[in-house]
Write a protein that binds this ligand. Structure first.
Ligand code: GLN
Length: 551
C-alpha cells in the first residue's frame, strides 16, 4: 500500500516547499523506495500556461505536453524521473471536472458542495498517482500558505485522508519560517507557533516541522517550538540556507529527516545511498575557475521566470568542474545601451524563451554581437528565432526580416506561425507542447554534443523557422542541424564557422538534471570556459595550459 507524505507551508510564501518536497523524495528514493510527487495549486486557472511570468514564474512542460508549475521541474531534477500531467493538479481542474459531471447529471438530485464533492475529487486525484500501490511513497505538496482561503479544500482533503488511510500511512510535514531579528539578536518562534495553530484549528497536527532559518537553531529554540507546536524535539528540523539547492537532501539527512520518516511510516527501507548528491556538492564546492554567462531576456529581474535555465547552467558548470556567474541582462537595456556595454565581459551569451515583441530587438542585437565577436551563443526557442532573424537581416541581406509574431507586415517572415496553429484562437493548452523527436544531422556541433542521431526534446511555441527561407539562409552559411522529420520542422540551427553558436526551437533546460546534465548545456559551458582561456591567453601573451586553474 502506498504511504503519503503531505507537505504544507506556513508563515510566508517562497519558503522552498517544492524543494523541500523534492529533497524528501530524493532521500526516500536513495533508500530504495519507489517515490512520486504531486503538487496541488489552489488557483482557479486550469494550468499556469495562461499566466504571465510575473504572476507565476516559469511554466514547466512535461514530456506529455502538460504546462505545469515550476516545482514539477524540481521534482524531476531531484528524483531523476519524468513527471506527467497528473503530477500537477489545480483548483481550476478540480472545479472544471466537477462542473462537467454536474452538467452530465452525475450528481442528479444532489446539491454539489465543497465538502464532500470538491474534497472527494481532490482525494481521488491524490489516490490516482499511487499506480495501484506500485508507488511506496507519494509526496503531496499543497501550494499556497496555510491560512489562505483558497487552500482550505485541499487541507480538508488531506485531513480526511489521514482518517481514512490511518496514521501509520500518512505523515504531515509543515515547512515554516523561523526568522532572526538582527536588531534584537533574537530568533523568533512565534510565526511558526501561529502557523501550526492555524493548521491545528482545521484538524491537522503536523508530525514534522522543517524550519527555514538563516541562523543555526539553538537547542532551546527547538525545544520551544516542540513544546508549543506539540511535536517531539527531534521532529523540529533545521532547514538553514545553503549555497546550492542540491545540498539540501544532504542537510536534511544530517538532521535525521529520512530516518524519522522511515520510522513514522514504518517503511521497509534500506540505508541511504547519497553518493551522487555528495559528489555533485563536492564538484560545486571545489570549482575554482569561473566563467560568466549573460542571459539576455525580458524577465531578468524575476529569477523564477528562468528557473530551469538557471539550474541547467548549474548542471553544465558542475559537469565541467567550473563555477558559472550568471549575468541577467535586460534585453531592453541592450536596446538602449548597445550590446558591447553589457555583454563584453560574458564568455557565453544565452537568449531564453519568451513571448511578444517587447525587448526582442535587444535580443537580436545580442545574437549579432555573439556571432560577430565569436562569443559562444545558445539560443533557446525565442532565442533561436532571434538568431535566425538576425542572420537573415545581417548576413543574408533580407531587410526587415522578422517573426510574424512581432511584425505581422514584415516583408520576410523568416519565423512564421506553425501550420497547425492557423485558426487556433483558444489560448489555453493549444501551443505545440511536449516531447517531439528530433533527427540530428551528422557532423554538426549539436550531433557531436549529443553523441546520438536521434533525441526527443520538449516544446512550447506557436511560431517556427519558415522553410521558404531555408535554402537562402543555408546558402549564406546557416546550418540546419536538427529536424522533426514528420512535419519537416527545423529544430536546430548553428553556425559552422563559429566556435559554438547553436539555436534550438525546443527547451533543453527542461530535461537537464544534476546527475544527467543536458549535453547542450554541458557543451555551451565548456565553450565558455574555452573562450575565457582564449581571452586570458591573449592578455597574458601565452596560451594557458588546458586544465589550469584560474583564481
Ligand atoms: N514566442 C515564440 C513562439 O511562440 C517563442 C516561444 C518560446 O520561446 N517558448 O514561437
Amino acid at each position: 500500500m502506498t504511504k503519503f507524505v503531505f507537505v504544507t507551508g506556513g508563515v510566508v510564501s517562497s519558503l522552498g516547499k517544492g524543494i523541500a518536497a523534492s529533497s524528501i523524495g530524493s532521500l526516500l528514493k536513495s533508500r530504495g523506495l519507489e517515490v512520486t510527487i504531486q503538487k496541488f495549486d489552489p488557483y482557479l486557472n486550469v494550468d499556469p500556461g495562461t499566466m504571465s511570468p510575473y504572476q507565476h514564474g516559469e511554466v514547466f512542460v512535461t514530456d506529455d505536453g502538460a504546462e505545469t508549475d515550476l516545482d514539477v521541474g524540481h521534482y524531476e531534477r531531484f528524483l531523476g524521473v519524468s513527471m506527467h500531467r497528473e503530477n500537477n493538479v489545480t483548483a481550476g481542474q478540480v472545479y472544471d471536472s466537477i462542473i462537467q459531471k454536474e452538467r452530465r447529471g452525475d450528481y442528479l438530485g444532489r446539491t454539489v458542495q465543497v465538502i464532500p464533492h470538491v474534497t472527494d475529487e481532490i482525494k481521488s486525484r491524490m489516490l490516482g498517482i499511487t499506480r495501484q500501490g506500485q508507488v511506496d511513497v507519494a509526496i503531496v505538496e499543497i501550494g499556497g500558505t496555510v491560512g489562505d482561503i483558497e487552500s482550505l479544500p485541499f487541507l480538508e482533503a488531506i485531513r480526511q485522508l489521514r482518517l481514512e488511510l490511518k496514521r501509520e500511512n500518512t505523515l504531515f510535514v509543515h515547512v515554516t519560517l523561523v526568522p532572526h531579528l538582527g536588531a534584537a539578536r533574537e530568533t523568533k518562534t512565534k510565526p511558526t507557533q501561529h502557523s501550526v495553530k492555524e493548521l491545528r484549528a482545521i484538524g491537522i497536527q503536523p508530525d514534522i516541522l522543517l524550519c527555514r532559518t538563516e541562523m543555526t537553531l539553538q537547542d532551546d529554540v527547538k525545544e520551544k517550538i516542540a513544546l508549543f507546536c506539540n511535536v517531539p524535539k527531534e521532529a523540529v528540523i533545521e532547514a538553514i540556507d545553503v549555497a546550492s539547492i542540491y545540498e539540501i537532501p544532504l542537510m536534511f539527512h544530517r538532521g535525521g529527516l529520512d530516518d524519522l520518516i522511515v520510522e513514522y511510516l514504518r517503511l521497509d527501507a534500506g540505508p541511504p545511498d547519497l553518493e551522487a548528491w555528495q559528489s555533485f556538492a563536492d564538484r560545486v564546492r571545489s570549482a575554482r575557475e569561473q566563467v560568466t554567462i549573460a542571459v539576455v531576456g525580458k524577465y531578468t529581474h524575476l529569477r523564477d521566470a528562468y528557473k530551469s535555465i538557471n539550474e541547467a547552467i548549474a548542471h553544465g558548470a558542475a559537469a565541467n568542474g567550473v563555477a558559472v556567474k550568471v549575468d541577467w541582462v535586460d534585453s531592453e537595456r541592450v536596446e538602449m545601451d548597445g550590446p558591447a556595454a553589457l555583454l563584453a565581459q560574458a564568455h557565453g551569451i544565452l537568449i531564453p524563451g519568451g513571448f511578444g515583441d517587447r525587448g526582442t530587438e535587444g535580443m537580436i542585437q545580442a545574437a549579432r554581437y555573439a556571432r560577430e565577436r565569436k562569443t559562444p551563443f545558445f539560443g533557446i526557442c525565442l532565442g533561436m528565432q532571434c538568431a535566425v532573424i538576425e542572420f537573415a537581416r545581417d548576413v543574408a541581406g533580407l531587410d526587415g526580416a522578422d517573426s510574424s509574431e512581432f511584425r505581422a507586415d514584415t516583408p520576410h517572415a523568416v519565423i512564421d506561425l506553425l501550420e497547425s496553429q492557423q485558426g487556433v484562437s483558444k489560448k489555453g493548452g493549444t501551443m505545440r507542447l511536449g516531447a517531439y523527436d528530433c533527427e540530428l544531422t551528422l557532423g554538426t556541433h549539436a550531433a557531436e554534443e549529443y553523441a546520438k542521431s536521434h533525441v526527443a526534446e520538449r516544446h512550447r511555441h506557436r511560431y517556427e523557422f519558415n522553410n521558404r527561407y531555408r535554402e537562402d539562409l543555408e546558402k549564406h552559411g546557416l546550418r540546419v542541424a536538427g529536424l522533426y522529420k514528420d512535419l519537416n520542422l527545423v529544430e536546430i540551427v548553428e553556425l559552422p564557422e563559429h566556435p559554438w553558436f547553436v539555436g534550438v526551437q525546443f527547451h533543453p533546460e527542461l530535461r537537464s538534471r544534476p546527475a544527467d546534465p543536458h549535453p547542450l548545456f554541458r557543451g555551451f559551458v565548456r565553450a565558455a570556459v574555452e573562450e575565457r582561456r582564449r581571452r586570458e591567453g591573449q592578455t597574458s601573451g601565452s596560451p594557458r595550459p588546458s586544465g589550469a586553474r584560474i583564481e
